[in-house]
Each structure stands twice: as C-alpha cells, then as structure tokens.
Write a protein that binds this ligand. Structure first.
Ligand code: NAD
Length: 521
C-alpha cells in the first residue's frame, strides 16, 4: 500500500500508461555506512522528465529513520571532531579523484532524473567538484590568527566544528549543490545529514558511495530523503547545529525562520531574477550568444540563469537576431546528440511556465518566440518540454517580471540610459546575479560600482564565483550572513575560539590582587 506524495497530473497521466506493477529500484537511505530500504509507506514517484518513465521511488523517511540518522551523526562526531586535519585533507584528495573518475555515471543519473543535457550535467558535476578540490586545501583554510598581545601573553584563534550539520538541496543542480555542502562540512570536522531533493536524489546517492570509498568513516555522512516532514525534523532536532539550504523563497524563508528560532545557524540561498544589461557598444556576436546560452541553457532552471534582458538604447535593434539564434536551439531529451535544452522538471512547472508566458501576453508584452506546445518526437511527447520563449516590451509591473519563472523564458525590457537600467536592476528585490555587456571599461566600472547585486559579470553571463571565492548572492536572494563555500563557507561550518594565554618565567612580585578590568596593555 503506497501513497504517492506527488498529487501531480504527470503521475496520474503516466500511471495510466505504465502498469503499477513496473519494477523499479527504490532509492535507499544511507546511514552509518549502510544503504537500506526505508520502512515507510509514503513514497515520491520519480519520473524521467523527458519521457515520464518511472525511474525510482523516493521514500519519505520515517521519524525513526530520521532519528537514527541524526543520532548516528551525533555519535560519529565524537571521534570525527578529533580526526587530524591532514586525515581529512587526504579524504578530500581521494574524493576529488573519485568524483572525476565517475563524472559520466553522475551525469547519467542527473540527465535521467533531472532532464538537463548530458554535457550540461557534466558541468553540474564539475562545478561541484571544484568545491571538493578547494576543500583539499583545508589545512590552510582552517588556519587561525595569532598575535603576541602583551609581555608574555599571546592570543590566537582556532576554528572548531559545530557538530551535526544538515544540507537541504534543490532539484536543479543535483550534484553541484550537495557538493557545496557536505565536503566542506566534513573537511571542517563536522558530521553531516544530507537531504537531497526528492525529485532527483540519485547523484547524491552516488556521491555518498564515493565518499565512503574515499575514506569518509561510517556515520560521518548520512543521507535521508523526504519532503516537508524531513525538513521539519532537521529544523527541530536539537542535535542539528546548522542547516545549509538552497532552493525556493517559500521553503527557504520557512526553513530559515524555523531553524533559527530553534537556535541553529542557517544559510539559505533563495530565488532570483537575474538581469543582463546590454549596451549598444557591446560585441554583438558575443553578447547574443551569451544571452541565449544563459537564458535557455538547462531549460532556464538555473538560479543564475539570465532570465531578464535590459536593452539600453539602440541595443534593442538586436532583438530579431536574438530570436533567430534562440529559435535554432535543439530541444530534446538530454542524451540526444546536439541537445541544447531538455525538459522542465515537472508537468506543474511546465504548466506554471505556460501561465506566466500567457500573463505577459495578457498584460501587453509582445511574444517574439513562443515555446509552448512545442512539437516533440514520439519518444518525448509526454515530456515536460517548453521551447525557448522570448517576451519583449515587458515592464516591471508585469507578473512575468515580478515572478521567478524558472523556465526557458527570456523577458526583455528597454531602458533609455545606463542609469535607467541600473535603477531597474536595483529596484528588483532579488540580488543573486547580473551581467553587463559592453566594450567600455568606464561603463563596466560604473555598473559594477553602482549595481546592488551580489554577483556581477562583465561580458560574463553567469558569474558564479569559483570556490576560492564564495557564492555571494545578496538582498532577496539570501537569508543568513555567511555564504556558501570559500572562506565564508569555512566560517559557516565552524565557530571561532579565541585563546589568550600568559606564560611568565618570573614569579609575580606583588601580593595585591588587581580588581580592575584587565586591559592587557
Ligand atoms: P524547493 O524550495 O521547492 O526545494 C528545495 C528543498 O526544500 C527540497 O529539498 C525540498 O524537499 C524542500 N522543500 C520544498 N518545499 C518545501 C516546503 N514547503 N517546506 C519545507 N521544505 C520544502 O526548490 P526547488 O524547486 O527544488 O529549486 C528551485 C529554486 O531554487 C529556485 O527558486 C531557484 O532560484 C533556487 N535556487 C537558488 C540557488 C541560489 O544559490 N540562490 C541555487 C539553486 C536554486
């Protein structure tokens, strides 16, 4: 007796096509070095978004299983916290090699469960792998500060792990985002309970296997599954000291509020609406290619997708050519040769995308390219495909501008001047990423200085920082102060202890106690 937790149309439609008896492997839980079947009676159907084929069933872990994961992680912390930083470095060195060696296997899982193209799925793994590579430098990253502050007196800092930390990941980067979380959490001496997205947990399961092969001891990394019930457990469980979350505004604000109310440290990366500002002096060929790639790649399901183009002055004359290039993109299953974009994650996401496109039309925007009702080959006719779509003449009050569409839709706005464009971007509540396309250093300089967005590209459409830096989305795109990966990531997963010590060779000469506040001068 199984309850399907997705009351989704696609489940119903696909269930009719596929007999319920179809045998698929259930996604396992991973606790204390063991992969095992959940005892739950609540399951999420996971269907290939390109074909609706049933891939696996994902469990809503039971309260007892969640408890088991958290207790195991808490127990493992007692010894893991004492492990040497060099031992942890060696594990990271092993892990980076294993992830590289299993890149194809990971990417196959991603394309099958998430839908993005195989080439793009490898990029997903690679961007996560770079965080592991950076974590290989953990001895240097963990170094504290030291200063002799007075005669015979030294002050120094050490960074200590927090305990059990939890990671809650979204569907759109099934490898990269879990890799933003657990490698650094473990390398800094914490133990970890990961909850990948219930829509595509396959990559995380493979990563857990690789982590084990790399030498991560039993109980240090655990993986649980589920939806809101699992999230609530992680937000409330006293053993969990910190939560890393990436996903939508709705879930993130809820998790931030509930987790911090329970005294936990929470970093929550949220939604986005990223603007590309196109100046008329930009290199046209480069700009149009970058815009098309960044708006429609991964079917627009990247938090750093350039979903909003602001054409300044005469740059808007390039629109017909932009449409031409976008129309040429090949929309098909992610494993097909030459595929540019695959399907959206669910039929609901596709339907919502259709509705937002229609809302733009209804509110007076011009539909220059319509990807709705795209004709697909027989094999993909049930897939959640939406073709590249371009709406022009969009204004900031329209719903297709105020909402994150998270699909292959580029909304185009016009601005008279650079100042107008900057004002428009800064008035948007989100601050994840933005880019300017120009050949003028002075324009670029002004833009980078005046723009109120945490990650800025100059002729670079998706300026996701490499992991020696941090992912610094700002304003409405983040809750919490400490960013993912880089120095900030190390700070998030550790607390600083400051030690002041006095070691004096001579005996004290006075017998009088000093009761004033020690100033140590
Ligand atoms: P989502 O919020 O639906 O899911 C993220 C996680 O939260 C999942 O593990 C899910 O199980 C859980 N969750 C979902 N709804 C919940 C609820 N009501 N209460 C508690 N937990 C809940 O997000 P998604 O659809 O998987 O991912 C897409 C979103 O993530 C987009 O908004 C995108 O912009 C954002 N995102 C942001 C970044 C960033 O760094 N800013 C990166 C990637 C994705």
């Amino acid at each position: 007796s199984r309850t399907c937790l997705y009351a989704q149309k696609r489940c119903v439609a696909a269930a009719a096509a596929k007999p319920a008896t179809q045998k698929v492997g259930n996604t396992k839980l991973y606790v204390n070095g063991e992969f095992f079947e959940s005892q739950t009676d609540k399951w999420f159907e996971l269907r290939n978004p390109a074909t609706q084929e049933l891939v696996t069933m994902v469990p809503q872990a039971t309260p007892a299983e969640l408890e088991h994961a958290s207790r195991t992680a808490a127990e493992a912390f007692k010894t893991w916290r004492k492990s040497s930083v060099l031992a942890r470095q060696r594990i990271m060195l092993n892990l980076q090699l294993l992830v590289r060696d299993h890149m194809d296997e990971l990417a196959i899982s991603i394309t099958t469960e998430q839908g993005k193209t195989f080439a793009d799925a490898k990029g997903d793994v690679l961007r996560g792998l770079q965080v592991v590579e950076n974590a290989c430098g953990i001895p240097s990253l963990l170094m504290g500060e030291q200063l002799p502050v007075a005669t015979d007196m030294d002050t120094f800092t050490i960074r200590e792990p927090l305990g059990v930390v939890a990671g809650i990941a979204p569907f759109n980067f099934p490898a990269m985002i879990p890799l933003w979380m657990f490698p650094l959490a473990i390398a800094t001496g914490n133990t970890c309970v990961m909850k990948p997205s219930e829509r595509d947990p396959g990559a995380m399961m493979l990563l857990a296997k690789l982590a084990e092969q790399a030498g991560v001891p039993k109980g240090v990394l655990n993986v649980v599954h589920g939806g809101v019930d699992t999230v609530n457990f992680l937000c409330d469980d006293p053993a969990v000291k910190a939560i890393s979350f990436v996903g939508s505004d709705h879930a993130g604000k809820y998790i931030f509020a509930r987790g911090t109310a329970n005294g936990k440290r929470v970093q929550a990366n949220l939604g986005a609406k990223n603007h590309g500002v196109i100046m008329p002096d930009a290199n046209k060929n480069h700009t149009l290619n970058q815009l098309v790639g960044a708006a429609f790649g991964a079917a627009g399901q990247r938090c750093m997708a350039l979903s909003t183009a602001v054409f300044v002055g005469k740059a808007k004359d390039w629109l017909p050519e932009l449409v031409e290039r976008a129309a040429k993109l090949k929309v098909t299953g992610g494993f097909e040769k030459g595929a540019d974009l695959g399907p959206m994650i669910t039929s609901q996401a596709k339907e919502r995308c259709h509705q937002l496109i229609q809302s733009g039309v209804d509110e007076g925007a011009t539909l220059l390219l319509d990807g709705r009702n795209i004709k697909m080959a027989e094999k993909y006719k049930d897939g959640n495909f939406v073709g590249p779509t371009i709406l022009s003449g969009v204004t900031p009050s329209m719903k297709c501008y105020t909402e994150e569409i998270f699909g292959p839709v580029l909304v185009c706005l016009f601005a008279e001047t650079l100042d107008d464009a900057i004002k428009m971007v800064n008035s948007n509540p989100y601050g994840n990423g933005t880019a300017i396309f120009t050949n003028s250093g002075a324009i670029a300089r002004k833009f980078t200085e005046q723009i109120d967005v945490g990650q800025v590209g100059v002729n670079v459409p998706i300026p996701v920082p490499l992991p020696m830096f941090s992912f610094t989305g700002s304003r409405g795109s983040i809750q919490g102060d400490l960013n993912f990966y880089g120095k900030s990531g190390v700070q998030f997963y550790t607390s600083t202890k400051t030690i002041t010590q006095l070691w004096r060779h001579e005996d004290a000469t006075s017998s009088q106690a000093d009761v004033n506040m020690p100033t140590q001068h």
